[in-house]
Ligand binder design. Structure first.
Ligand SMILES: Nc1ncnc2c1ncn2[C@@H]1O[C@H](COP(=O)(O)OP(=O)(O)OP(=O)(O)O)[C@@H](O)[C@H]1O
Length: 251
Protein backbone atom coordinates (compact mmCIF):
# COMPACT_ATOMS: atom_id res chain seq x y z
CA UNK A 1 0.00 0.00 0.00
CA UNK A 2 1.22 3.51 -0.81
CA UNK A 3 2.38 5.57 2.19
CA UNK A 4 0.85 8.61 0.47
CA UNK A 5 -2.07 8.34 -1.96
CA UNK A 6 -3.80 11.30 -3.62
CA UNK A 7 -6.73 10.77 -5.98
CA UNK A 8 -8.38 13.41 -8.15
CA UNK A 9 -7.68 16.25 -5.73
CA UNK A 10 -9.24 19.62 -6.60
CA UNK A 11 -9.01 22.97 -4.81
CA UNK A 12 -9.99 26.41 -6.09
CA UNK A 13 -9.52 29.84 -4.57
CA UNK A 14 -12.40 31.80 -6.05
CA UNK A 15 -12.00 31.44 -9.79
CA UNK A 16 -8.38 30.15 -9.55
CA UNK A 17 -8.15 26.36 -9.92
CA UNK A 18 -5.00 25.88 -7.81
CA UNK A 19 -5.21 22.05 -7.84
CA UNK A 20 -7.13 20.42 -10.62
CA UNK A 21 -7.38 16.62 -10.68
CA UNK A 22 -4.08 15.86 -8.89
CA UNK A 23 -3.36 12.12 -8.49
CA UNK A 24 -0.19 10.32 -7.37
CA UNK A 25 1.16 7.80 -4.89
CA UNK A 26 4.41 7.54 -2.93
CA UNK A 27 5.68 4.24 -1.56
CA UNK A 28 7.93 3.65 1.42
CA UNK A 29 11.56 3.82 0.36
CA UNK A 30 10.87 6.43 -2.32
CA UNK A 31 12.17 9.97 -2.41
CA UNK A 32 9.47 11.52 -4.55
CA UNK A 33 10.09 14.92 -6.13
CA UNK A 34 7.12 17.18 -6.73
CA UNK A 35 8.63 19.46 -9.34
CA UNK A 36 6.80 22.43 -10.79
CA UNK A 37 7.05 26.13 -11.56
CA UNK A 38 5.70 28.93 -9.37
CA UNK A 39 1.95 28.72 -8.96
CA UNK A 40 1.66 25.10 -10.19
CA UNK A 41 -0.28 24.01 -7.09
CA UNK A 42 2.48 22.36 -5.06
CA UNK A 43 1.94 24.20 -1.77
CA UNK A 44 -1.83 23.82 -2.02
CA UNK A 45 -1.33 20.06 -2.43
CA UNK A 46 1.03 19.86 0.57
CA UNK A 47 -1.38 21.88 2.70
CA UNK A 48 -4.12 19.42 1.75
CA UNK A 49 -1.85 16.48 2.66
CA UNK A 50 -1.22 17.96 6.11
CA UNK A 51 -4.84 18.89 6.72
CA UNK A 52 -4.15 22.63 6.76
CA UNK A 53 -6.72 23.25 4.05
CA UNK A 54 -9.80 21.34 3.02
CA UNK A 55 -9.86 20.43 -0.67
CA UNK A 56 -13.06 20.87 -2.70
CA UNK A 57 -13.00 17.22 -3.80
CA UNK A 58 -10.78 14.17 -4.08
CA UNK A 59 -9.30 11.65 -1.66
CA UNK A 60 -6.07 11.56 0.34
CA UNK A 61 -4.57 8.82 2.49
CA UNK A 62 -1.34 9.28 4.45
CA UNK A 63 -0.16 6.21 6.39
CA UNK A 64 -3.74 5.02 6.45
CA UNK A 65 -5.02 8.29 7.94
CA UNK A 66 -7.30 10.79 6.23
CA UNK A 67 -5.99 14.37 6.63
CA UNK A 68 -9.31 15.77 5.42
CA UNK A 69 -11.38 14.19 8.19
CA UNK A 70 -8.67 13.59 10.84
CA UNK A 71 -5.88 16.14 10.31
CA UNK A 72 -4.54 15.83 13.87
CA UNK A 73 -3.86 12.11 13.50
CA UNK A 74 -2.11 12.69 10.16
CA UNK A 75 0.05 15.44 11.63
CA UNK A 76 1.04 13.21 14.55
CA UNK A 77 2.29 10.54 12.15
CA UNK A 78 4.21 12.63 9.61
CA UNK A 79 7.07 15.13 9.61
CA UNK A 80 6.32 18.47 8.02
CA UNK A 81 8.74 21.10 6.79
CA UNK A 82 6.58 23.97 5.56
CA UNK A 83 7.63 26.50 2.95
CA UNK A 84 9.12 29.56 4.66
CA UNK A 85 8.21 28.20 8.08
CA UNK A 86 10.15 29.61 10.99
CA UNK A 87 10.43 28.45 14.60
CA UNK A 88 8.66 30.53 17.29
CA UNK A 89 10.78 33.61 17.99
CA UNK A 90 10.28 33.39 21.76
CA UNK A 91 11.64 29.84 22.14
CA UNK A 92 15.14 28.35 21.91
CA UNK A 93 15.82 25.36 19.59
CA UNK A 94 15.98 23.04 22.62
CA UNK A 95 12.62 24.27 23.94
CA UNK A 96 11.00 24.05 20.51
CA UNK A 97 12.26 20.52 19.79
CA UNK A 98 11.12 19.46 23.27
CA UNK A 99 7.68 20.90 22.52
CA UNK A 100 7.40 19.21 19.12
CA UNK A 101 8.68 15.90 20.51
CA UNK A 102 6.19 16.05 23.37
CA UNK A 103 3.16 16.68 21.16
CA UNK A 104 4.39 13.79 18.98
CA UNK A 105 4.28 11.51 22.08
CA UNK A 106 8.04 11.01 22.35
CA UNK A 107 9.65 9.97 25.65
CA UNK A 108 11.72 12.79 27.26
CA UNK A 109 14.96 10.76 26.95
CA UNK A 110 14.41 10.22 23.26
CA UNK A 111 13.62 13.91 22.74
CA UNK A 112 16.93 14.84 24.41
CA UNK A 113 18.81 12.24 22.38
CA UNK A 114 17.25 13.29 19.06
CA UNK A 115 17.76 16.98 19.83
CA UNK A 116 21.48 16.44 20.40
CA UNK A 117 21.76 14.21 17.33
CA UNK A 118 20.09 16.79 15.07
CA UNK A 119 21.96 19.76 16.50
CA UNK A 120 25.16 17.82 15.96
CA UNK A 121 24.26 16.71 12.44
CA UNK A 122 23.27 20.21 11.28
CA UNK A 123 25.79 22.10 13.37
CA UNK A 124 23.69 24.19 15.72
CA UNK A 125 24.86 22.69 19.05
CA UNK A 126 26.19 26.07 20.15
CA UNK A 127 22.79 27.67 19.46
CA UNK A 128 20.57 25.24 21.35
CA UNK A 129 19.98 27.75 24.15
CA UNK A 130 19.70 30.86 21.95
CA UNK A 131 16.28 32.42 21.23
CA UNK A 132 15.25 31.84 17.59
CA UNK A 133 14.86 35.57 17.14
CA UNK A 134 18.65 35.82 17.52
CA UNK A 135 19.42 33.12 14.92
CA UNK A 136 20.14 33.70 11.23
CA UNK A 137 17.56 32.62 8.64
CA UNK A 138 19.71 29.61 7.71
CA UNK A 139 20.10 28.58 11.36
CA UNK A 140 16.32 28.82 11.79
CA UNK A 141 15.89 26.60 8.71
CA UNK A 142 18.14 23.99 10.34
CA UNK A 143 15.89 23.98 13.40
CA UNK A 144 12.86 23.58 11.13
CA UNK A 145 14.50 20.55 9.50
CA UNK A 146 15.22 19.08 12.94
CA UNK A 147 11.60 19.52 14.08
CA UNK A 148 10.33 17.67 10.97
CA UNK A 149 12.46 14.61 11.83
CA UNK A 150 12.56 14.71 15.62
CA UNK A 151 10.03 11.85 15.99
CA UNK A 152 11.57 9.66 13.22
CA UNK A 153 8.41 9.83 11.05
CA UNK A 154 7.71 7.22 8.36
CA UNK A 155 6.46 9.96 6.01
CA UNK A 156 8.02 13.38 5.61
CA UNK A 157 6.46 16.22 3.60
CA UNK A 158 8.97 18.87 2.69
CA UNK A 159 8.52 22.16 0.86
CA UNK A 160 11.76 23.55 -0.62
CA UNK A 161 14.14 21.86 1.84
CA UNK A 162 17.30 23.73 0.94
CA UNK A 163 16.09 27.33 1.09
CA UNK A 164 18.52 29.60 2.98
CA UNK A 165 21.11 26.88 3.60
CA UNK A 166 24.76 27.28 2.69
CA UNK A 167 26.15 24.87 0.05
CA UNK A 168 27.85 22.61 2.58
CA UNK A 169 24.69 22.15 4.66
CA UNK A 170 22.65 21.71 1.45
CA UNK A 171 24.84 18.72 0.57
CA UNK A 172 24.47 17.28 4.09
CA UNK A 173 20.69 17.64 3.98
CA UNK A 174 20.47 16.13 0.49
CA UNK A 175 22.51 13.13 1.61
CA UNK A 176 20.43 12.74 4.74
CA UNK A 177 17.17 12.79 2.74
CA UNK A 178 18.48 10.10 0.38
CA UNK A 179 19.52 7.91 3.35
CA UNK A 180 16.24 8.51 5.16
CA UNK A 181 14.22 7.29 2.17
CA UNK A 182 16.59 4.35 1.60
CA UNK A 183 15.84 3.19 5.17
CA UNK A 184 12.24 2.55 4.09
CA UNK A 185 10.56 5.88 4.78
CA UNK A 186 8.51 7.86 2.24
CA UNK A 187 10.04 11.27 1.57
CA UNK A 188 8.00 13.79 -0.43
CA UNK A 189 9.92 16.88 -1.56
CA UNK A 190 8.27 19.79 -3.31
CA UNK A 191 10.65 22.00 -5.25
CA UNK A 192 11.06 24.09 -8.38
CA UNK A 193 14.74 23.27 -8.50
CA UNK A 194 15.40 20.71 -11.27
CA UNK A 195 19.00 20.12 -10.13
CA UNK A 196 17.88 19.29 -6.60
CA UNK A 197 15.18 16.91 -7.88
CA UNK A 198 17.60 15.25 -10.25
CA UNK A 199 20.33 14.80 -7.67
CA UNK A 200 18.28 13.20 -4.88
CA UNK A 201 14.92 11.86 -6.08
CA UNK A 202 14.12 8.27 -7.02
CA UNK A 203 11.05 9.47 -8.94
CA UNK A 204 9.76 12.85 -10.02
CA UNK A 205 6.24 14.03 -10.79
CA UNK A 206 6.15 17.18 -12.88
CA UNK A 207 3.34 19.49 -11.79
CA UNK A 208 1.68 22.10 -13.99
CA UNK A 209 -1.68 23.81 -13.73
CA UNK A 210 -2.68 21.85 -10.66
CA UNK A 211 -1.97 18.31 -11.85
CA UNK A 212 0.88 15.87 -12.52
CA UNK A 213 1.61 16.16 -16.24
CA UNK A 214 4.55 13.73 -16.43
CA UNK A 215 6.40 11.23 -14.23
CA UNK A 216 10.00 10.14 -14.42
CA UNK A 217 11.85 7.40 -12.57
CA UNK A 218 15.44 8.42 -11.84
CA UNK A 219 16.60 5.24 -10.17
CA UNK A 220 18.34 3.81 -13.20
CA UNK A 221 20.18 7.08 -13.80
CA UNK A 222 19.43 9.45 -16.62
CA UNK A 223 21.67 11.95 -18.29
CA UNK A 224 21.62 15.54 -17.10
CA UNK A 225 19.45 16.96 -19.83
CA UNK A 226 16.59 14.55 -19.69
CA UNK A 227 14.69 15.79 -16.63
CA UNK A 228 15.13 19.36 -17.83
CA UNK A 229 13.91 18.30 -21.27
CA UNK A 230 10.85 16.59 -19.85
CA UNK A 231 10.20 19.65 -17.70
CA UNK A 232 10.48 22.07 -20.60
CA UNK A 233 8.38 19.86 -22.84
CA UNK A 234 5.51 19.93 -20.37
CA UNK A 235 5.97 23.18 -18.51
CA UNK A 236 8.42 25.56 -20.19
CA UNK A 237 7.29 28.51 -22.21
CA UNK A 238 8.72 29.31 -25.63
CA UNK A 239 11.54 31.47 -24.17
CA UNK A 240 12.61 28.79 -21.71
CA UNK A 241 12.82 26.17 -24.46
CA UNK A 242 15.53 28.25 -26.12
CA UNK A 243 17.77 28.06 -23.04
CA UNK A 244 20.78 25.77 -23.28
CA UNK A 245 20.02 22.49 -21.53
CA UNK A 246 23.24 22.54 -19.49
CA UNK A 247 26.28 24.67 -18.81
CA UNK A 248 26.76 28.39 -18.49
CA UNK A 249 24.27 30.96 -19.76
CA UNK A 250 26.82 33.78 -19.55
CA UNK A 251 27.26 35.61 -22.85
N1 LIG B 1 -4.89 31.70 -0.37
C1 LIG B 1 -4.97 31.86 -1.70
N2 LIG B 1 -5.93 32.67 -2.24
C2 LIG B 1 -6.03 32.81 -3.58
N3 LIG B 1 -5.23 32.18 -4.47
C3 LIG B 1 -4.29 31.36 -4.00
C4 LIG B 1 -4.10 31.17 -2.59
N4 LIG B 1 -3.08 30.29 -2.42
C5 LIG B 1 -2.63 29.97 -3.66
N5 LIG B 1 -3.35 30.61 -4.60
C6 LIG B 1 -3.20 30.48 -6.07
O1 LIG B 1 -3.26 29.11 -6.39
C7 LIG B 1 -2.29 28.78 -7.38
C8 LIG B 1 -1.38 27.67 -6.84
O2 LIG B 1 -0.62 28.21 -5.75
P1 LIG B 1 0.41 27.32 -4.91
O3 LIG B 1 0.92 28.19 -3.80
O4 LIG B 1 -0.23 26.04 -4.54
O5 LIG B 1 1.55 27.07 -5.98
P2 LIG B 1 3.06 26.54 -5.81
O6 LIG B 1 3.27 25.50 -6.86
O7 LIG B 1 3.32 26.14 -4.41
O8 LIG B 1 3.90 27.85 -6.16
P3 LIG B 1 5.36 28.33 -5.61
O9 LIG B 1 6.36 27.41 -6.23
O10 LIG B 1 5.44 29.72 -6.18
O11 LIG B 1 5.34 28.30 -4.12
C9 LIG B 1 -1.58 30.08 -7.73
O12 LIG B 1 -2.19 30.60 -8.89
C10 LIG B 1 -1.84 30.97 -6.54
O13 LIG B 1 -1.89 32.33 -6.93
Amino acid sequence: MDAIRVDELCKSYGSVRAVDGMSFGVERGELFGFLGPNGAGKTTTIRSLTGQIRPDSGEITVLGTDPITDPLETRRRVGILPEQGSPPSFLTPREYLEFVGTVRDLEPDRIRENTERWADRLGFQNKLETLHTDLSRGQQQKVMIAQAFVHDPEVVLIDEPLANLDPLVQEQVKRFLVDYAAKGNAVFVSTHNIDVAESICTRVGIVADGAIVAERSLEDGVDDASLLEVFLEHVGDADARDLPATGSIRP
